[in-house]
Design a protein around this ligand. Structure first.
Ligand code: C5P
Length: 310
């Protein structure tokens, strides 16, 4: 992994009981199927974890503690009860009748409002960590079931990292790991809020490509030949017209595939650019962009193994 330009990741001082790598994801395709009565959208998407991510550090607090404490290196990350990490720890205690509280440090590199699932990844990591530190009172399936209460993308991060997801994103159809493909993540200085992007969605402009056919392309025919579609690109471009310009500029660099991830604003690029890596500095300066050169990673299948830092 080589982070060409990204926020500093800091390691907190002192002894910690455990630390976990919390990877970002991209959506290799994302189809919106329709709006549901509960206000969410039914979707069909191939999710893949990548070797770029955050780190979460845990230290058990003494029995007398009545709340978790939380610190983070990135400004703007909420440190109150609205934080998904703290909500995940609360949920774990509720479901397992555990009384254990933690000091948590989040060393964050995944930017918010990026379509990379940063907050969701952290919540999944917190569930996994709490379970491990408590001696595994819950199964991975329990954690997956509980995780959907916290958000649509969290369940995916409790998979092995290549997963076709349906429902509102929480129904997992695990796939064999894809080849360890190189991918560039380009996130402009502005982010995009998921609900705002969904509000710009025009149902007459959905791609209508059959998701089962898309999945077959990626799994059976390979990444090079597949169709890269994301139904949230058009609404994201409406919400942030400059993002379309940035995507078009990336497309001129000779990558095989260029697509927005999730609800944006990260655009990912697969395949090598024709003119080497000189474009990264230019993009970082022109768009205030974070440019990350990384690759697909997967969690080992063995029980209770978490993602290793790439
Ligand atoms: O579940 P999560 O907190 O990730 O969703 C954030 C917002 O994104 C929801 O409040 C909703 O507006 C939108 N969303 C949706 N359909 C989905 C997932 C998210 O409409 N399948």
């Amino acid at each position: 992994l080589c982070a060409v330009s990204s926020p500093d990741s800091t390691t907190p001082v002192g002894e910690w009981d455990a630390n976990f790598f919390s990877p970002a994801k991209i959506n290799l395709f994302l189809r919106i199927l329709g709006k549901r009565p509960d206000g969410f959208h039914d979707l069909a998407s191939l999710f893949q974890t990548v070797g770029f991510g955050d780190k979460l550090f845990f230290r058990k607090l003494p029995e007398s503690a009545v709340a978790d404490t939380f610190n983070c290196n990135m400004e703007g990350v909420p440190t109150d009860g609205s934080n998904l990490v703290l909500r995940a720890l609360d949920l774990f205690r509720k479901r397992t009748s555990s009384q254990q509280f933690y000091e948590v440090y989040l060393s964050k590199r995944i930017p918010p409002e990026a379509g990379l699932g940063g907050g969701s990844a952290n919540a999944a990591t917190a569930l996994f960590a709490a379970n491990k530190l408590a001696g595994h009172p819950a199964s991975l399936e329990d954690l997956q079931l509980w995780s959907a209460e916290l958000g649509s993308d969290i369940t995916f991060f409790l998979s092995t990292g290549t997963c076709y997801c349906t429902g509102r994103g929480e129904v997992l159809h695990p796939q064999e790991p894809l080849p360890q493909t190189r991918v560039w993540l380009v996130k402009p200085n502005k982010g995009l809020s998921t609900p705002v992007v969904f509000r710009h969605l025009d149902y007459d402009q959905l791609s209508r490509i059959e998701p089962a056919g898309l999945l077959k392309q990626f799994i059976e025919e390979g990444l090079a030949e597949a169709d890269y579609v994301n139904d949230l690109e058009l609404p994201a471009f409406k919400a942030m017209p400059s993002l379309q310009t940035m995507k078009e500029e990336l497309q001129t660099l000779g990558f095989e595939h260029v697509l927005m991830s999730g609800s944006g604003s990260t655009i990912f690029c697969i395949g090598s650019p024709t003119h080497g890596s000189s474009w990264t500095k230019e993009f970082a300066e022109k768009w205030g962009a974070m440019v990350v050169d990384t690759h697909f990673i997967n969690r080992p299948v063995e029980d209770n193994a978490w993602y290793a830092e790439a």
